[in-house]
Design a protein around this ligand. Structure first.
Ligand code: LCS
Length: 396
């Protein structure tokens, strides 16, 4: 059996959590249990498993040893009760919404969340009578004003995609709980290495593991971690019912990627700090938003609630997107693609790409300007990235 790593440091946890689930052969690598179903010892055994009197595997949609190894490991990293792996990040978001929202129930959310996390509420859940208010959650007064007697969920993303605005997690937990609502945090941009919302009062945390946790730009997936057994059971039951689970082979790939999470996050952050400082002094740059810069309006909050500043930078080139396109089209190392959190640098234009599905007026109100460029900094040599930015900016 795996030893207990609860009191160990984050690097030891990420390296070892959940190891050795194979008690028969003792394989060091986690086996892929590529099976849809599990054989019972006899009829009474099957009945006991279904009755919950005995723990064991029944059917892969309900649970699988490879997936469970990943779920336990990530729950340990987030200081949670348990983890629930899902087919994609959006399957995690939608499953949490399905668990807590319903006809006549209201939610409050960050206005600049990942486009689909907002649009499925405003376009789809609204058809079932779900009410919502999306506000700038960086402004706590706006959060307080948006809360209603029927608000059951406060849903925040910090740093927000793609504005890199921060939301105070502890303050939001207090606001949510004083209204009888739960606080859910999308922690994708920070990963469990740099921010642990459950420690700051959140009830549920989720990730698109497509990003930092898997980190290799080859798997789409998600995970939900709860603080308590009660919330775990509610969400687990919903994920079982909806069926958007993580496949065993997918779980194995994610576990493999996750073992280097802290190394990748550390290196990406070092690079991002250097590049954000470089861009800030560049004469052709209008503005740069990075939590590690003293110029970030919430730099103080960043140092309080985050364990590092991450590797996501947004910036605008002087002359807006017309000049921004020259940069996007001429960079040689960062690839022009959506997604983030992989080992490689990626760059994209939110207003026409990741956030194009948000109506223009809402996008602008949320601070997603037409000129905003989002830069996901990878683990390359920073000198090469800086030289590449310099040559692309020189073409303007
Ligand atoms: N939450 C955040 C913060 C995200 O950035 C994304 C995807 C999701 C949830 C959804 O996860 P998925 O289903 O894709 O695994 N963000 C993307 C982005 O910024 N570019 O491409 C996808």
């Amino acid at each position: 059996m795996s030893m207990d790593f609860t009191d160990k440091g984050i690097n030891t946890k990420v390296t070892h959590a959940g190891e050795n689930p194979d008690t028969i052969h003792g394989s060091v690598g986690v086996p892929i249990y590529q099976t849809s179903t599990f054989k019972f010892q006899d009829a009474d055994h099957g009945a006991r498993l279904f009755g919950g009197e005995e723990k064991g595997y029944i059917y892969t949609r309900i649970g699988n040893p490879t997936t469970n190894t990943f779920e336990e490991a990530v729950a340990l990293l987030e200081h949670g009760y348990g983890g629930i792996a899902t087919a994609s990040g959006m399957a995690a978001v939608a499953s949490v919404y399905m668990t807590y929202l319903g006809n006549g129930i209201h939610m409050v959310g960050t206005d600049a969340v990942y486009g689909s996390s907002r649009m499925i509420i405003e376009n789809d859940f609204s058809r079932f009578g779900v009410e919502s208010t999306f506000v700038d959650t960086a402004d706590l007064e706006k959060v307080r004003q948006a809360m209603q007697p029927n608000t059951k969920l406060l849903y925040i993303e910090t740093p927000a995609n793609p504005t890199i605005k921060l939301t105070d997690i502890s303050a939001c937990a207090e606001i949510a709980h004083s209204h009888g609502a739960l606080l859910v945090v999308d922690n994708t941009f920070m990963s469990p290495i740099l921010q642990n919302p459950l420690e700051l009062g959140a009830d549920v945390v989720l990730h698109s593991i497509t990003k930092y946790i898997n980190g290799h730009t080859d798997v789409v997936g998600g995970v939900i971690i709860t603080k308590t057994a009660e919330e775990f059971d509610k969400i687990k039951s919903m994920v079982n019912g909806l069926g958007g689970i993580m496949d065993p082979h997918q779980s194995w790939l994610v576990l493999r990627g996750m073992r280097t999470l802290s190394l990748r996050v550390q290196r990406g952050e070092e690079n991002a700090r250097t590049l954000a400082a470089y861009l800030e002094t560049h004469p052709k740059i209008e503005w740069v938003r990075y939590p590690g810069l003293a110029s970030h309006p919430q730099h103080e909050l960043a140092t309080r609630q985050m364990k590092g500043f991450g590797s996501m930078i947004s910036f605008e080139v002087k002359g807006g997107i017309a000049n921004g396109k020259t940069v996007l089209n001429n960079l040689k190392i960062p690839q022009l693609a959506v997604s983030l959190g992989g080992y490689e640098s990626l760059i994209q234009h939110p207003a026409s790409m990741t956030h194009a599905n948000i109506p223009e007026a809402d996008r602008k109100a949320a601070g997603i300007t037409d000129g905003l460029i989002r830069f996901a900094v990878g683990t390359e040599d920073v000198e090469d990235l800086q030289a590449d930015l310099a040559q692309a900016l020189a073409l303007i």
